[in-house]
Design a protein around this ligand. Structure first.
Ligand code: ADP
Ligand code: ADP
Length: 226
């Protein structure tokens, strides 16, 4: 686990307004940070700069004590939990969760220990032999998180994971993600344009507008001082 400290981060595409303009956000170890704002405010660009999928024009991106501006995504040890879950349909839940360990050539014993521990935490232990096609949306989301857990990633990053779901499922998943994040205590950055999500999920909320950080506060502070 680790903190993610963004210091004066700028992203300039071409010569227009910066997409991200001098943003500083300190995500503490174990904290659930929301990035919220209207379409085009720079949320995804900021998230992609954390993961390393986008170059940083200026500023410092710190993960723990490390400056990661020039590190490749694979060297940052972060886990993007994708909106479409990116699960392998032909593999069982067990093998989907085991996948990063297989890539790293872990022994069968290590794979088994880690997959079982993760699936217990995520309450997937009764579904290990099933395939993703037979799971609920919530269960699929948990498999995607399981894959990140066995990799021992330092943080979870979510980019609008619930935006394609209907209102009922969205409500359920919101509760579930929040509960699991608390249980795992893993540093999390979560992008959304949805005010309800922003005000119910996170420990703190960073409000962006046209690339500029407008507010950085707890949901309660935002509620009392909008
Ligand atoms: P959000 O995620 O909040 O909707 P984005 O981070 O996707 O916002 O975009 C922020 C701004 O940067 C927008 O004005 C968008 O048009 C611009 N932008 C995003 N990606 C690119 C790109 N690859 N090239 C040029 N401009 C981009
Ligand atoms: P390789 O580059 O060895 O072929 P991959 O392309 O699967 O392996 O992954 C490259 C690196 O990207 C991995 O070592 C891992 O650290 C990182 N990575 C893989 N999946 C994710 C993810 N969901 N989110 C963030 N980083 C990831």
């Amino acid at each position: 686990m680790a903190s993610i400290d963004m210091k004066n981060i700028v992203k300039q595409y071409g010569d227009g307004f910066p997409a991200v303009n001098d943003v500083s956000i300190d995500v503490r170890d174990g904290e659930f940070m929301i990035l919220v704002g209207p379409s085009g405010c720079g949320k995804s660009t900021l998230l992609r700069m954390i993961v390393g999928l986008e170059d940083i024009t200026s500023g410092d991106m710190m993960i723990g004590e490390r400056r990661v501006n020039d590190l490749a995504p694979r060297d940052r040890n972060l886990a993007m939990v994708f909106q479409n879950y990116a699960l392998y349909p032909h593999l069982t839940v067990y093998e989907n969760i085991a996948f990063p360990l297989r890539l790293a050539k872990a022994s069968d014993a290590e794979v088994d220990e880690k997959v079982r521990a993760a699936s217990k935490t995520l309450e997937l232990d009764e579904h290990l032999d099933r395939k993703p096609g037979n799971l609920s949306g919530g269960q699929r989301q948990r498999v995607a998180m399981g894959r990140a857990i066995v990799r021992e990633a330092d943080a979870f990053l979510f980019d609008e994971p619930l935006s394609n779901l209907d209102a009922k499922l969205r409500g359920q998943m919101r509760t579930e993600i929040s509960r699991l994040q608390k249980r795992l205590g893993i540093t999390t950055v979560y992008v959304t344009h949805d005010q309800t999500e922003a005000m119910t999920l996170g420990d703190r909320v960073a409000v962006l507008k046209r690339g500029i950080l407008q507010q950085l506060a707890t949901p309660r502070e935002l509620y009392e001082n909008p």
